[in-house]
Design a protein around this ligand. Structure first.
Ligand code: ADP
Length: 497
C-alpha cells in the first residue's frame, strides 16, 4: 500500500509546498514502513503561512477569550476521543512505546483543559492611582503572529504547550514541527480545526530546520518565537530573533541527575532510575542521564540497576509488552554509540549494554541497548554532555554536599531529583539545586502541565512553558490609565489638591 501524502495547512487549506517537493517519514522501529509523505517546505511556504496568520490575527484577537477557550476545550475533547488512534500513529512515527504515546496525547488534552480555563482568567491588575479621579490597570494583550519550532520527542505535547496558551491569549500561529514527527502535529491541529478554529489562526508548515525553521524566525511579521530543541540550534534561533527584538522562548538540553542518598528507599529509587533513564529511550530533555549515588549504597544500587536494566524488553513500541522502543533515527543511534566510545576511552566502566541491537527484530530499526556506565567521574564528557539515548552514568559521591555540587556542576539546569527519607536534606536540595525542576522521591521526568516547565543555564533563556509561565510568554502587558477628573493631572508633579 502506498503511503498517504500529508500537506501543509495554510489559511485553512491543506496545500502542497511551493516547490512541490516532499519527503518520507519512516518508522524508526522498521524503516521499511513509510508513515507518510510530507511537504518539504521552504521560505515561500513560510511567508504564505505568516501572511495568513497575520490576516487572521485581526479577527482572532477580537474573539472574546472565553470563546477562544471553548474551541481549545473542544479540541481537548476530540483529542481524548482520538487518543488511541493518535497514540498509535505517534509510536509509528517516533518509536516511543504505546503507553507513553498515550501519555503524550493525554498531555495535550490536559493542556487544552488547563488553557481553556485561562480563557476566563488571564488576570491583570488594578491598582490605586496616585492621582485623584484616575483609574489604573494593567491588562494582557496578544503579541501577534507567533512562530513555533518543535522537536520530535514529545510530538504532540510540546506543540500543545505552545499552541494552546498562544491561542487563548489571542495570538495566531505558524508551527514548523520536527521533520521526524510532522504527523502528530498535524493530528493536533486537525483536532483544533474540527473544534471550530477559524482558518489562518493556526498554520502548519512541515520540512527541515534550515529550510523551513530558519525563515520562520526571520519573518518580520512573526512577533514572538518559541523553540524547543538542541542548545546548538537554540543559540542560532535566539540570536536571529534578538536582531529584530522578538521575544523568544528557548527550551533546550539537560543533563539531569537523580541523587540517591544512603538513607533512600533503594527499591523506589531503582524504579525511578529505570523510568527516568530509559523511558522514551532516554530521549527526553529531562532524562536521568546521571545517577549520583552515595558510597554507602553505591555498589548495591549499581547491581540492582544492572540486573533490572538488562531485563528491559526492547522492541517495536506498538507491542504492549515492550519496555523500550527504538531511537528516533540513525543520527541518534550514532550519537549514543559515539558517547559509549567516549565513555570507555575516558575510563568509565561499561557494565551494561553499549551496542546497537542486532537480529531480525532489530535490523530494520534504530535500536540501542539500555546502557549503564559505573565509576563515572563528574568531569567526564558522558557526565557533562547531553546524549539523548538510553545511556546513564553512575557517579559515586561522598555525602549530601558533594552530591549537590556534582548535580550543579554541569552546563544545564533542567530537572533534578533526590531520593532521601531525611526531610532536612530534601528541603536543602529543593533550595540548593540550581535547576528549573526538582523532584523529591520521584524521577526527573513527569512534568504536569499546570506548573512552569523549563530550566536554568544552557537549558533555557529564562522563559517557562506550562503553567502561568506560558501565559506570561504569549501576552504582553498594557498599562491603562483612565483620567476622569476633567483636568490635566501630571504624575509625579501634581502632588494632590
Ligand atoms: P533535536 O536534537 O531534538 O533534533 P534540533 O535542535 O536539531 O533538535 O531540532 C529541533 C527543531 O529545530 C526541529 O523542528 C528542527 O527542524 C528545527 N531546526 C533545526 N535547525 C534549525 C535552524 N537552523 N533554524 C530553525 N530551526 C531549526
Amino acid at each position: 500500500m502506498s503511503a498517504k501524502t500529508y500537506k501543509n495547512l495554510i489559511d485553512g487549506a491543506w496545500i502542497e509546498s511551493r516547490s512541490g517537493q516532499s519527503y518520507e517519514n519512516l518508522n524508526p522501529a522498521d524503516t521499511r514502513d513509510v508513515v507518510g509523505i510530507f511537504q518539504r517546505s521552504d521560505q515561500r511556504d513560510i511567508a504564505d503561512a505568516v501572511a495568513a496568520a497575520a490576516r487572521a490575527f485581526d479577527r482572532w484577537r477580537l474573539v472574546p477569550a472565553p470563546r477562544r477557550a471553548e474551541i481549545i476545550y473542544r479540541a481537548g475533547e476530540l483529542l481524548l476521543e482520538r487518543k488511541e488512534e493518535y497514540a498509535r500513529q505517534m509510536t509509528q512515527e517516533m518509536g516511543k512505546v504505546l503507553n507513553e504515546a498515550r501519555g503524550d496525547v493525554q498531555e495535550s488534552v490536559d493542556t487544552a483543559y488547563y488553557m481553556a480555563g485561562e480563557g476566563r482568567r488571564q488576570f491583570g491588575v488594578t491598582v490605586p492611582s496616585e492621582l485623584p479621579n484616575k483609574f489604573a490597570m494593567a491588562v494582557r494583550m496578544p503579541i501577534g503572529v507567533c512562530g513555533m519550532i518543535s522537536p520530535w520527542n514529545f510530538p504532540m505535547a510540546i506543540p500543545s504547550w505552545k499552541l494552546f496558551p498562544a491561542l487563548v491569549c489571542g495570538n495566531t500561529c505558524v508551527i514548523k514541527p520536527a521533520e521526524d514527527t510532522p504527523l502528530s502535529t498535524i493530528n493536533l491541529v486537525k483536532a483544533l480545526m474540527d473544534a471550530g478554529l477559524p482558518k489562518g489562526v493556526v498554520n502548519v508548515v512541515t520540512g527541515f530546520g534550515p529550510e523551513a525553521g530558519a525563515p520562520l524566525v526571520e519573518q518580520t511579521n512573526v512577533r514572538a518565537v518559541s523553540f524547543t530543541g538542541s542548545s546548538e540550534v537554540g543559540r542560532i534561533v535566539g540570536e536571529v530573533a534578538a536582531r529584530s527584538f522578538k521575544p523568544c522562548s528557548l527550551e533546550m538540553g539537560g543533563k539531569n541527575a537523580i541523587i540517591i542518598l544512603d538513607d533512600a528507599n533503594l527499591d523506589l529509587a531503582l524504579e525511578g532510575v529505570l523510568w527516568g533513564a530509559f523511558g522514551t529511550t532516554g530521549q527526553r530533555c529531562t532524562a536521568a542521564s546521571r545517577v549520583i549515588v552515595q558510597r554507602g549504597v553505591y555498589r548495591q544500587f549499581a547491581d540492582k540497576l544492572i540486573y533490572r536494566a538488562q531485563k528491559l524488553k526492547v522492541g517495536n513500541g506498538i507491542d504492549e509488552t515492550v519496555d523500550m522502543g527504538p531511537q528516533v533515527n540513525q543520527a541518534q543511534v550514532e550519537t549514543a554509540q559515539k558517547y559509549v566510545d567516549i565513555g570507555k576511552n575516558e575510563g568509565a566502566k561499561l557494565e551494561l549494554g553499549g551496542h546497537r541491537l542486532k537480529g531480525p527484530a532489530y535490523d530494520n530499526g534504530w535500536f540501542f541497548e539500555p546502557t549503564v556506565f559505573t565509576d563515572v567521574d563528574p568531569q567526564m564528557r558522558i557526565a557533562q554532555e547531553e546524549i539523548f539515548g538510553p545511556v546513564t552514568a553512575l557517579i559515586p559521591c561522598n555525602d549530601f554536599d558533594h552530591a549537590i555540587e556534582i548535580a550543579n556542576g554541569v552546563a544545564y539546569g533542567l530537572s533534578s531529583s533526590v531520593y532521601t527519607r531525611d526531610v532536612n536534606k530534601a528541603f536543602k536540595a529543593m533550595r540548593d539545586i540550581y535547576a528549573g525542576i526538582t523532584y523529591i522521591n520521584a524521577p526527573t521526568i513527569g512534568a504536569e502541565v499546570h506548573l512552569p516547565f523549563g530550566g536554568t543555564k544552557a537549558t533555557g533563556n529564562g522563559h517557562r512553558e506550562g503553567g502561568l509561565g506560558a501565559i506570561d510568554f504569549y501576552s504582553q502587558w498594557k498599562s491603562i490609565y483612565v483620567d476622569f477628573s476633567d483636568r490635566l493631572q501630571r504624575a509625579q508633579i501634581d502632588m494632590g489638591e
